[in-house]
Each structure stands twice: as C-alpha cells, then as structure tokens.
Write a protein that binds this ligand. Structure first.
Ligand code: CA
Length: 528
C-alpha cells in the first residue's frame, strides 16, 4: 500500500502540473485521497449471537433471516473466528476502544469506570484527522471523550421512547440524565446516526460508532414485529434440556430446585417469571420439559424480534451510503460486544467462555479494497479492532495496545506468525447470575477452562468462593461442547501442553496472577 500512496501523490502532482486542476481531476484525486483514509461506520449491537445472523448458517438461519447484515458479508468479508476477551458489555467496550485486555485498561467488570483520559481509539482517530462520533449505547460510565459528537443512552437505556445524552450538556454519571426521543430505540439510534452523517464536517473522513441497545435483555420488540414467528416453532439446541447444569455449579450442589446460587439465566428461572416485559407465559399443568420448551420459544422469539429491527436499521445505513455515493470508500463493520447463549445448555446471557458467548459476529465491507464474498477464518480478538481501524486510517498503532491489526488478513494475506490460540478471562465472579470467575485458552481445535472461583476483590464480584473446576473440550469432535473431557486419559498430553501455553499467554498479556496470593495458592493445589 505504501507504494500505491507514493504513486498516487506523484500522479496527482503530475496531473495538476500538466493539465491544471479541472473538476474531473479533482474528483479523481479526492477519490484516491479517500482510499488513503476511508470513512468508517462501526455498527455494534449488544449481545447479538452469531447463531442469530443468518449468514452464519445456524439452526435459526432459515426461520430468522438477517438479509442486510448478510449483505455486508456478501459484499465483503465474513469473519468466522472473532472472540471476545471478557464476555460482558462494559469490559468488552473498553477492550475495543483501548486495544487492551481488562488487566491493562482497568475495566474488569460492569462496575468499573472507563478511564476517559486514556489515549483510546476515538482520540487516535481524531488525531488522524477524522471527524468522530458515537451514537447509542455507551455503557462505559464516564463521559465519552475522543468524539466530536456523542449522543448516548444513559446506562442500558430503554427500548421505547429512550433517553439520550447529547454532547454539550452537563454530563450526568452513567445511567443518569438524558432527553426523551420518541420511538423505538433501534430506529432512534439509526435516525441520530444518519442525522450526524448529514451534518458532519464533510472536509474530513468520518468515523462513526453506531451502537445499538438491542438485542440486549430483557427484550422488548417494536410493535411492527409482534407478528413474527407467532405460528412457528423455533428449532431448539440439543443441549436445551440440561437444566442449567453445564459448568462448575450443579443444581444438586444447592438442592434440586432452582436456588439462589444456581446459574440464574436459564429458561425456567427467568423466562417464566413475572417481570418478563412482553408478558409471562402460562405454564400451569405442563411437565418440566414442556415448560422449558415454552420458555425457550418465548425467549428466542422475543430476542429474534429485536434482531429484526437491528437488521432493518443496518439496511437503512447501507441505503444511506448508496444514496450519498459513499459506499465504495466507506468501511462498514457490523459486530456485537460479545455473543449470547440462545438456550444452549439451558442458558441465556454471556459471561461463560463457551463458544456461543465467546464468539463475536463480524462482517466487514470495504468495496475500494476488499473483494466481495470473502471468508476469513483467522483468530481475531476484540482488542484487534482498534489497531486494525488505525492502520486503515494511516495512523500509528500505540505499542501499549495488545491487539494486532488484521488489515492484511482482510486483504487476503494472513501473516505467517498470526496467533493460533487466544486467552480469555471473566472476572465478575458470581455477580448477578452466579457464574464463577474463570480463565482459559482456546486453540483451533481445543478449549481448556479453569474456573478458579474467587472474587479477587474485583468490583461487583460476590465474596462467596466456589470450588475450583476444570473443563476441556475437543472442539473438532464436539463443537457444541457437550462433553467435558478433562479427566479423559486420551487427552492428558494435550491438556498439559495447553496448561503450559496458557501460562505463556498470561505472562505475555501481563496477567500472571502474582498480585493475587489466594489465586496463586489455589493454582499450586489444583493446576496439575
Ligand atoms: Ca453486551
């Protein structure tokens, strides 16, 4: 690319010298300038599972198509192996902006404030000459910095007639403040994103982060989608009837009923409970299996109805780019802050290192440089997003960022030393839904998870300690992670190697556990 830029500037100078600057040449030179610094629209939803995007071909693909998100992939790249480093809203957003893991950026849990004085992606894009904006869900507690314009939801925000907090007014902390915008939140966020695009400083390339609340729970769909799926039976995952027993905390440990210390985000505990926003289902007289079936149908239908509005609004953004002659030189990304379990193992929610919550959907289109219909299988992490966008913007990537640009991967050339394993860590031990603190390593074929079960004094973590527990999955033969083979003789050599690699990763990523003596003590006892 460097050679191309040099040729471009020579060509521009030559044209200006010989022929003078007529409008044709101006157009040509500005088109090539655009190539140097593409516009970027980063659309990120909240808790959108890969399984709920039809181009990924899951059990839901036929019944719940997402033609507009799919269109981005068909005209660009479908990313198959994108993973979150800490599967929960606030930490993932901080990792995306800083290009760093939680242990470096300081946002470990939902309770931690983002350090808005840090030199994050927004600020670096501003410095690179971009006009920058963030619209929609923010969830980082402190006031957005690095954006010429912001209009963000307080906290989680509301599905109907949401409030938004606009730049220029006194900032009220996290979930406070804002003015009411009439309408459905996904439409409102797109309206405000398009409004900013219309009014932006057109002398600069733009970087817009358009962040949706949907499909985050609890699910309230737009009125126009209430008819969807009414007479249909949504396909179920095979693991739906596991009674939320997958993982370290078994129901029987706390009694056979759903107790306060049971992973709570399961079908029976929450979907059938009062307070479900679209009404509770009548399960009187049903068997336990029938109840789980009904609860699953209710949950997934509500979820997919909120996804329908997301897909429509992605279409509105693509139409806007077409109508304004911006499609070619604009990078469009669609992703989510993490994945989501959609009834797999009888769970919903994220947090777990299981595939459905660890995986992030990602499709990218950039017609000026990226050929259509590409599929990329490289292991990409959310900490790689900032370095990648900075490289596309022609800006330097700060060395303190732990992620790596995957620009050349997108252009069809994966570096030979690209990562072959990834490190994951969930810190918010037992908070809200009783999922223990854990970390692990995932390679192409295997996954090893250590549930250490300690609060480690992290904000919001529960003080209750859970028993240490290991899980190992052979992803090639068991992609749905149905069988924990940690004790299987056949895999002991591989498990040993993975443990060693996990420690190397932890050292590399400055997360050695040495500042947590209680965890080091536990490791000494339970590592082998
Ligand atoms: Ca989220």
């Amino acid at each position: 690319m460097i050679r191309y830029f040099q040729e471009t500037s020579v060509l521009v100078l030559f044209s200006a010298f010989i022929f003078g600057c007529n409008s044709q040449e101006n157009r040509e030179s500005s088109e090539k300038e655009d190539l140097k610094q593409p516009n970027i629209i980063y659309i990120m939803s909240d808790d959108h599972a890969k399984n709920a995007i039809s181009i990924y071909g899951s059990r839901l693909a036929e019944i719940a198509p997402t033609p507009n998100i799919d269109r981005i992939a068909k005209e660009g790249v479908l990313m198959n192996n994108v993973f979150v480093t800490n599967s929960i809203c606030t930490p993932s957003r901080a990792a995306i902006l800083t290009g760093q893991y939680s242990q470096l950026n300081g946002v470990y849990t939902l309770k931690d404030d983002f350090d808005n004085s840090s030199n994050h992606l927004g600020k670096l894009m501003q410095k690179a000459g971009y006009s920058t904006a963030v619209v929609g869900k923010w969830h980082l507690h402190t006031e957005p910095t690095g954006f010429d314009y912001y209009n963000v939801l307080p906290g989680q925000g509301l599905y109907n007639n949401p409030k938004l907090k606009e730049i220029g007014k006194p900032w009220k902390y996290h979930n406070k403040g804002g003015e009411v915008y009439k309408g459905y939140v996904t439409d409102v966020i797109t309206d405000e994103s398009i409004k900013w695009l219309d009014n932006r400083d057109k002398s600069k390339p733009f970087f817009l982060m358009s962040h949706h609340k949907a499909p985050h729970g609890l699910w309230e769909f737009a009125k126009r989608h209430e008819h969807l799926f009414t007479d249909e039976d949504i396909p179920e995952p095979n693991s739906l009837y596991e009674n939320a027993n997958h993982g370290p905390i078994k129901g029987e440990r706390y009694g056979s009923s759903i107790s306060d210390r049971y992973p709570r985000r399961n079908m029976l505990h929450q979907v059938t409970r009062e307070g479900w926003p679209t009404g509770i289902i009548d399960t009187i007289g049903m068997t336990r299996e029938e109840k789980i079936h009904s609860a699953y149908q209710k949950y997934v239908k509500d979820y997919l109805r909120t996804v329908a509005a997301i897909d429509e609004n992605v279409g509105r953004i693509l139409d806007y780019l077409d109508d304004n002659d911006l499609a070619k030189n604009t990078i469009v990304i669609y992703t989510s802050d993490q994945g989501q379990l959609l009834g797999e193992h009888d769970y919903f929610d994220k947090r777990w290192m299981y595939e459905e919550s660890l995986s992030m959907p990602m499709v990218i289109r950039y017609p000026a440089m990226i050929n259509p219909k590409q599929v990329n299988n490289d292991m990409v992490l959310n900490i790689d997003f900032a370095p990648t966008l900075l490289e596309f913007a022609g800006a330097e990537v700060p060395s303190k960022m732990q992620g790596r640009s995957f620009k050349s991967n997108l252009l069809g050339s994966t570096p030979t030393d690209w990562r072959t394993s990834m490190y994951y860590r969930y810190w918010m031990h037992m908070a809200h839904h009783y999922i223990p603190g854990h970390y692990g390593i995932r390679t192409k074929d295997y996954k090893l998870i250590f549930f250490y079960g300690l609060p480690l004094n992290r904000n919001g973590a529960l003080s209750e300690i859970t028993e240490p527990y290991w899980e190992f999955y052979d992803l090639k033969n068991d992609p749905k992670e149905m069988n924990n083979l940690y004790a299987d003789e056949k895999y002991q050599t591989i498990i040993k190697e993975l443990k060693a690699e996990l420690l190397v990763k932890k050292k590399e990523l400055k997360d050695t556990d040495e500042s947590y003596p209680e965890l080091m003590e536990l490791r000494n006892k339970f590592w082998n």
